[in-house]
Design a binder for this molecule. Sequence first.
Ligand code: PXP
Length: 236
Amino acid sequence: MIALGINIDHIATLRQARQGIEPEPVLAALLAEQAGADQITVHLREDRRHIQYRDVQLLRSIIQTKLNLEMAPTAEMVTIAKELKPDTVTLVPEKREEITTEGGLNLEKPGLDKIIAELKEAGIEVSLFIEPDVSMIKLGDRLGAQAIEIHTGAYANLKKDDEIKAELQRIQKAAKTIKSSGLRCVAGHGINYKNIYGLLQLELFEEYNIGHSIISRAVFTGIEEAVREMKRILNQ
Ligand code: PXP
């Protein structure tokens, strides 16, 4: 079975638009789980623009599936992860001015190996969010990652068939390297109800983390229906 992680950051974005109490991301997580989500994914950003510490704390104590915390590889975030103990930490790059996570993590950042080791020592699985680049994946493996999430944003933004095909080949090569290294092979960013089919055809990913398209559909259908439909596509 292919696992579906639901990224609920956008629920928190809507709440933060009024700095208020609704919609409640924790409720979204519970409904997503009820509809078949296998994991709840949240990004606790340095500027706390959507998900708050309290959300992660509540999710940790309430959800029954897995909790995947996306975070920048900083000392502050490592301390928080060790307090909150998510099942997985996905290390992502972070820039204050970006709208969403742009590009994969730079694995040449000094001290990344120590951060990965510290998180693993605390019993947390460490995943790295990186571009579909074979040399980066090999480096991620050497740094001690247990999973790699391929950034599918470039694939998702392409319009021309030949470009889509070329990017899928790049992703395939990268995903095969992840699997042959014995790491969990994950995909995320920009995935929707249409472009998922190209990725599924590769038969290499065991988990997808999807936020924007599912939450967008949920506005019209409700979150349970939106999650059920993606689950159906993943495992049909
Ligand atoms: N995976 C990672 C590592 C991300 O940073 C994001 C965006 O926060 C997602 C998955 C979900 O991307 P989207 O909202 O485009 O589906």
